[in-house]
Design a protein around this ligand. Structure first.
Ligand code: ASP
Ligand code: MG
Length: 241
């Protein structure tokens, strides 16, 4: 069994959060599952970095913005690997580049063109959890690129496809996909199952829970997506056929 787990920023907001998320990954690894963990930047790091860049320059080049923003996910990846090691689970972190993620050169909204998961594969075969920085890749020329806001979901699904993982589980701060925003509508209903196309149209209409490109990629590669809360045991929502 091979699984990709993705943790969003709110699931990684503090050292305690990182350890909790690491514990979820470790529990699966201890049962014999090969685990890849994809991480977002911690908490509101990306927003704060954008504000910081605006304070430095009014005319920010997209290339430099991507070079800068990639660092948020890289920090999370190294911290997650350290947390796993602290829990006595072998782990190794990778940038998007090291994970073999190649994109086009559309800075700020790059699309993944290919994934060469050799190093991830080797880490898994050596019994390690592979931790990958989400949201990033490199273009043909070797420039750092980012996949657009929320793009770590897409990294997770692209890796799941390249590694023939059975499941891609998206851990987040809501306990699944709802028919309406549960924060605004108290009687919103959670889907237990939802099909790719319905999920895709919700994501395109602005449902924040999943990056639209991630749903497309899951549909095209028939990857089962599970959207779950990091903080409760609720079964969440399965996105599939
Ligand atoms: N950190 C990036 C963002 O805030 C990517 C992600 O979280 O998926 O948009
Ligand atoms: Mg997200």
């Amino acid at each position: 069994m091979r699984m990709v787990l993705k943790f969003g920023g709110s699931s990684l907001a503090s050292p305690q959060h990182i350890h909790h998320a690491a514990g979820l990954a470790a529990a699966l690894a201890k049962k014999g599952t090969q685990v890849v963990v994809v991480v977002s930047a911690q908490g509101d790091t990306t927003d704060e970095m954008i504000e910081n860049a605006k304070a430095v320059s009014a005319s920010r080049s997209q290339r430099e913005m991507d070079a800068y923003l990639c660092a948020g996910e890289q920090m999370s990846a190294a911290l997650m690997a350290m947390a796993l090691q602290q829990q006595c689970v072998p782990a190794v972190s990778f940038t998007g580049f090291q994970a073999g993620i190649q994109t086009d050169d559309c800075f700020g909204c790059a699309r993944i063109q290919s994934v060469n998961p050799e190093r991830i594969q080797a880490a898994l075969e050596a019994g390690k959890i592979a931790v990958v920085a989400g949201f990033q890749g490199i273009d043909r020329e070797g420039n750092l690129t980012t996949l657009g806001r929320g793009g770590s979901d897409t990294t997770a699904v692209a890796l799941a496809a390249a590694l023939h993982a059975h499941v891609c589980r998206i851990y987040t701060d809501v306990d699944g996909v709802y028919d309406r925003d549960p924060r605004q509508y108290p009687n919103a209903r959670r889907y237990r199952y939802i099909c790719y196309n319905r999920m895709l149209s919700m994501a395109r209409r602005g449902a924040q829970v999943l990056h639209d490109r991630c749903v497309e990629l899951a549909r095209d590669n028939r990857i089962r997506l599970e959207v779950r809360s990091t903080f409760t045991d609720a079964p969440g929502t399965i996105v599939g056929r």
